[in-house]
Ligand binder design. Sequence first.
Ligand code: PBG
Length: 336
Amino acid sequence: MTNGDSIEYPSIRMRRNRQNPWVRRMVSENTLNVADLIWPLFVIEGNKKREPVPSMPGVERLSIDLLVREVEKASILGIPAIALFPNTPDDKRDDEASEAFNPDNLVCRAVRAIKRDVPDIGVICDVALDPYTSHGHDGLLIDDEIANDETVEALIMQSLNQVQAGCDILAPSDMMDHRIGAIRQALEEHGFENTLIMSYAAKYASAFYGPFRDAVGSSGTLKGDKRTYQMDPANSDEALREVELDIEEGADMIMVKPGMPYLDIAARIKEEFQMPTFAYQVSGEYAMIMAAVQNGWLDHEKVMMESLMSFKRAGCDGILTYFALEAAKILKNPTS
Ligand code: PBG
């Protein structure tokens, strides 16, 4: 206080507002809702098949029949959307990512099955070529470089293919330049003016994606790294430029990825643009927490919920998280 009669202890006691559950609830600044949770799921070929992902304890790849049942659970709990990632059989991966354009590929069949059986949940499809390329990169490799403009043409075909299958939200995760504008224009031209785009606008070249690459089967095949297209973890201003461009090009929502190590980026972006802003608590973040939980070093439920709340505090409107189903169950039936 500036004047002489400064208000201080004992008049001010910060702990008054923390003394019991009801007042803590009254003054809490942020809340986590089921509607904040987006659930990423891995899909495989086959019937009644489930395969654990060893580096992501508790996460399984599912065949379409089982996947639909999980999605139904999510829908009943009130999760607004799921995100699909295919583990393409190795013999269908090639240098051109041709399987990405096949209307009957795994992800398109999964989208159609979900839209038929669980019509009330939003379906998000990734736009990037890495589940389909023999070299594991998100783009086309020409003369040892990821060729931007040729890749964007391929991403347009992949996008239209997924939208024709019924996908509601396209989520380009490839980090090619101008892909949002190009995809948006193609959607308009083909009569898909209501398709949403959630752009992975600020996506960093991160080692936290390791377990995901195991899950989609690209870790063994990936040649080199993705640093010529994903962002340098040292940069923050550059993230704002990426987001600004994607908004101008027609993105409806934007995403930051990874999540917890990049909450500063999410907070800056939300403050600067006031757009629907999402963060992806990626596979490596999930793996870190679960490894500690399995060792008895961290409390599963408490750490999971605290980690999710941190995204809300940073200003995120929602979180893509492998914890979505478990967290939704707790939010529906709070124990404490
Ligand atoms: C593919 C893609 C990746 C993730 C989402 N989409 C991996 C990558 O860029 O290598 C990572 C998600 C996670 O780690 O949970 N473009």
